[in-house]
Design a protein around this ligand. Structure first.
Ligand code: ADP
Length: 568
């Protein structure tokens, strides 16, 4: 049943119930009013009868007094008759009223009531006339004998009073019946009202439950589904609820859920596609970014390497500059000392040579101290030679700028130095030459030979004699950056303690025993290399594991470029 039909049915039932209640109330009220009117009419009749009865003795007494006083009793009779007739009219009217009410309600008056009233009133009128006549007939100005009064009253009782009492009793009985009937009617009406009200209430409640309980269940289902849809759960389906409005609503809900589900899926699909596109774009940008970063990193690394190299060169240069002052002082001292020593040393040597030559002549063969003299002279020459070498080296230190530079083939220079050092190396280590093809460097061949010989001999001296196969002196040559050539001398010798690393390039610093080293080798080597526009440094040195010395020299191209960049 549709909701409209349910509401219509409920309204109809409510209207019906209201009509029944109203009808019941109307009927009860009407019935009550009729009975009340009947009661009132009956009471009026009783009152009229009572008034008639009550007027009998006063009539008799008044007549007696009037006769006694000599007054006109006839006039009084007429007056009283009119009053009685008025009462009759009143009684007739009340009987008319009774009959009118009886016609609608069925509460009929007693049969011949009108006739009874009429007869008793006629009888009363007759008694009154007869009584007045009797009283009038009595002698005037004398009181009426009580006996007569009694007789007249007895006549009244006989001719009128008995019938009047009967009528009064009948009226009283009717009134009692009417009152009882009225009570019964009120009770019945009340009962009926209660029963009808209760029945209507029960019917309404039952009908409401019958009509709206299923409606409530369906509405609950609809509400829960609407809430789930509201929370985004579109996997809902309402059971078929018939073809009423709720059924249509359920179908509409199901359709809405399906459409929303479809829309949501479409939206999710679009969002996913959008996310994929964004991710692809992000990946692409990422790849570009990574590539850019990689390229920039490579560039930065290269720049960094160049910077590190430049820094190292700068540090070397700075160290050399710091050292330059001391070297300059040493150089000036060396120049002075060399100049001063050189002359005496020349003639010490020439005189020693002369003495040696003279002693070697046959004429001196007989001299007994000849052998001793020859030994002393040999020692003196050796000492003087060492002084000469030192002086030469001091000259290099004092005037490094005097080197003449030109293209030098490093390979042949290294091979030459290696062959000279063979003697020193033979008992200590294997010599390995690892030379790549490099362009000629800008330098001075003999001086570079001196540098290489010095480094190889130092490497050999760092290795204890005796374990040739376990030790190695390796000379490596390869290209460096910015058109430079790098020469490295690796050894597996004793290494240099950290505290000495700062000092090994100082002139006269040596750890070798007296007579073995002058301490001038490395400082002379660095002076020569720097004079050629290169650098000499210790790459690494670890005590007990060995050292690596590195020379960096400019090629002819680099030297030409630096000359172009700095023509002065
Ligand atoms: P000299 O060789 O006359 O001592 P150098 O100037 O050539 O003078 O060397 C100075 C010092 O540097 C050496 O006494 C030695 O202690 C150290 N030295 C040089 N080269 C090496 C090397 N390859 N291994 C270990 N120490 C070395």
């Amino acid at each position: 049943m549709s909701v409209n039909a349910r509401i219509l049915l409920l309204a109809l039932v409510a209207i019906g119930i209201t009509a029944i209640l109203a009808g019941n109330s109307l009927f009860g009220t009407r019935k009550g009013r009729q009975i009340r009117e009947r009661v009132v009419a009956s009471q009026e009749q009783l009152l009229a009868v009572a008034r008639l009865k009550a007027g009998v003795w006063p009539f008799l007494n008044t007549l007696s007094r009037m006769k006694e006083n000599g007054q006109d009793t006839v006039a009084f009779l007429h007056e009283r008759e009119n009053q009685v007739l008025a009462e009759q009219t009143q009684l007739d009217l009340s009987v008319d009223e009774e009959e009118r009410i009886s016609g609608d309600s069925g509460y009929k008056p007693r049969t011949d009531e009108r006739r009874e009233f009429s007869e008793v009133i006629q009888a009363l009128l007759r008694w009154m006339e007869k009584t007045e006549a009797r009283v009038r007939a009595e002698p005037a100005k004398r009181p009426i004998p009580p006996m007569l009064e009694w007789e007249l009253y007895q006549d009244y009782e006989r001719e009128v009073g008995r019938d009047m009492a009967t009528i009064e009793a009948a009226e009283q009985e009717e009134l009692t019946w009417l009152r009882q009937h009225w009570d019964r009617n009120v009770k019945r009406s009340l009962l009926l009202t209660h029963i009808v009200t209760l029945a209507c209430t029960v019917l309404m409640v039952a009908l409401t439950l019958f009509l709206f309980l299923p409606l409530r269940g369906s509405l609950r289902q609809l509400r829960s589904v609407a809430e789930r849809v509201g929370r985004g759960d579109f996997a809902v389906s309402l059971p078929t609820m018939g073809r009423d409005e709720l059924g249509l609503l359920a179908q509409a809900m199901n359709r809405m859920a399906v459409e929303l589900h479809g829309t949501l899926e479409e939206k999710q699909r679009l969002m996913k596609a959008e996310a994929e596109v964004s991710e692809r774009e992000a990946r692409r940008y990422n790849a570009i970014l990574e590539e850019t970063v990689r390229a920039r990193t490579t560039e930065l690394e290269a720049a960094n390497t160049r910077l590190e190299e430049s820094l190292r060169q700068l540090q070397d240069t700075q160290a050399q500059l710091l050292f330059a002052d001391r070297l300059a002082a040493v150089g000036r001292l060396a120049a002075g000392v060399g100049h001063e020593i050189n002359n005496p040393l020349s003639y010490i040597l020439s005189n020693l040579r002369f003495i040696q030559r003279e002693l070697d002549r046959p004429e001196a063969a007989g001299l007994p101290e000849k052998e001793e003299l020859m030994t002393a002279i040999g020692d003196a020459r050796e000492g003087a030679d060492r002084v000469r070498i030192i002086v030469q080296e001091l000259k290099v230190l004092s005037r490094p700028d005097e080197l003449t530079l030109g293209p030098v083939d490093l390979g042949s220079v290294i091979r030459g130095a290696a062959s000279i050092a063979t003697q020193e190396l033979s008992e200590r280590a294997r010599l390995v030459l690892d030379c790549q093809d490099v362009p000629p460097v800008q330098g001075n061949g003999p001086r570079l030979g001196q540098v290489m010989l010095n480094l190889i001999v130092n490497a050999a001296h760092s290795i204890e004699p005796g374990r040739v196969e376990e030790n190695e002196v390796r000379v490596v040559v390869h290209m460096g950056i910015l058109d430079t050539v790098i020469v490295e001398v690796h050894d597996t010798g004793c290494g240099i303690p950290p505290e000495n690393l700062e000092r090994i390039f100082e002139p006269f610093f040596t750890t070798k025993p007296v007579g073995m080293g002058t301490g001038l080798g490395l400082s002379v080597c660095r002076t020569i290399v720097v004079a050629m526009g290169g650098t000499l440094q210790v790459v690494t040195s670890e005590v007990g594991r060995g050292s690596i010395f590195r020379i960096t020299l400019p090629t002819g191209i680099a030297a030409a470029a630096s000359l172009q960049g700095n023509p002065s």
